[in-house]
Write a protein that binds this ligand. Structure first.
Ligand code: FAD
Length: 317
């Protein structure tokens, strides 16, 4: 079933979904099953699986020179999605990014998903590789998520890259895209960011999932700005609890978001990380309850492999 059909079926009730990361290469699928086994009691309508492009690493050679090698540390997104659907009968949403893919490779990936019966996808640009200061598209690859959405919409209408294909089988992907209540870090301002987000929706995106936020007002203001800009699709609230003190700095650095003063003050007073985790969970529960009361279509928990924290939040909500 499509993500948007889940929203329709819920008839205004707030859903709760989870996002998991593929294990590090060499790791076991059991780790994902352990996480999800513990979360199935909350009946998530869908589960997202992130995509991680290759990174460059530099290996020192005997000559003293460094050799640049590309490695993918967390492969397996598509396989994990298929395994989730098979084991739990729950819809899986693979993240598909522009980075590292030529348009032909993207088309082939979409064909694989379609043949596996996966008809949901979160279309993203991806970030710059480690040690690169800006996102660089693959040769013959997409520069923006907008172009990826257009390609998915094309294949949904039976238009494949090879224009000699007559009567190509249309796919039926439900397309999600990312949105940023505190604006995307490369955007000069929120209005410009919303302009491009609207372009993704106009091109065929069916819903938006937000970047994490710790201040609900940012989400409510964002939804209001989206509606004013003519973006009328459901906006899923992305949430992640703070669990370690160092995240006061690492989260803003990595995700370009603010952490409210009250939360920072509480975390600074905490005697250790166990106390920080408790504060983070309580904060996320309060956020979730208020969002649910406001009628958000879905709370989307970034589990980051932390099953217990996600369980506590989902139980309380
Ligand atoms: P875009 O929509 O392409 O936007 C990128 C920037 O370009 C924005 O500043 C936008 O305003 C601007 N822009 C867009 N279109 C144009 C245009 N035509 N001309 C000029 N400027 C334009 N990353 C991963 O690698 N794997 C994941 O699994 C993953 N999952 C994510 C899930 C969620 C819910 C979110 C919010 C992010 C996720 N990311 C993931 C991170 C994401 O890839 C980065 O935030 C990335 O920097 C931007 O992706 P985007 O799809 O929002 O890009």
């Amino acid at each position: 079933m499509k993500v948007t059909e889940h929203f329709q079926k819920a008839k205004g009730k707030t859903l709760i979904s989870f996002e998991v990361l593929p294990p590090l290469k060499g790791g076991s699928m059991q780790a994902i099953f352990n996480t999800l086994d513990a979360l199935m009691e909350f009946k998530p309508p869908f589960i997202d699986v992130t995509y991680h492009r290759e990174e460059f690493i530099y290996k020192k050679r005997p000559s003293g020179y460094y050799e640049k090698t590309a490695i993918r540390k967390r492969p397996g997104t598509v396989g994990i999605c298929a395994a989730i659907m098979h084991r739990y009968g729950v819809d899986a949403v693979p993240h598909l990014i522009c980075g590292g893919f030529s348009v032909d490779e993207t088309e082939n990936a979409l064909i694989d998903l379609n043949f596996l019966g996966i008809n949901n996808v979160l279309a993203l640009r991806g970030d710059a590789r480690q040690f690169e200061d800006k996102f660089v598209a693959e040769e013959h690859g997409h520069k923006y998520a907008l172009d990826l959405v257009k390609q998915i919409q094309d294949i949904n209408e039976g238009r494949y890259l090879d224009q000699t294909i007559q009567n190509g089988e249309p796919t039926d992907f439900c397309i999600g895209v990312a949105g940023y209540p505190e604006k995307h870090f490369e955007s000069p301002n929120l209005a410009t960011d919303l302009h491009y987000t609207k372009a993704k929706v106009d091109a065929g995106a069916d819903y938006i999932v937000t970047q994490m936020f710790f201040d609900n007002q940012k989400y409510f203001d964002y939804v209001a700005e989206c509606r004013a800009a003519g973006i009328d699709v459901p906006i899923v609230a992305g949430l992640k609890p703070l669990t370690r003190r160092y995240q006061l700095n690492s989260i803003p650095r990595k995700f370009f978001i603010n952490i409210p003063e009250d939360l920072v003050r509480e975390v600074m007073k905490a005697k250790d990380d166990a106390a920080v985790q408790q504060i983070g969970i309580e904060w996320c529960i309060e956020q979730s309850k208020a969002l649910k009361k406001a009628g958000v279509p879905c709370l989307h928990l970034y589990t980051m492999g932390d099953t217990e924290t996600s369980r506590k939040i989902a139980s309380a909500v």
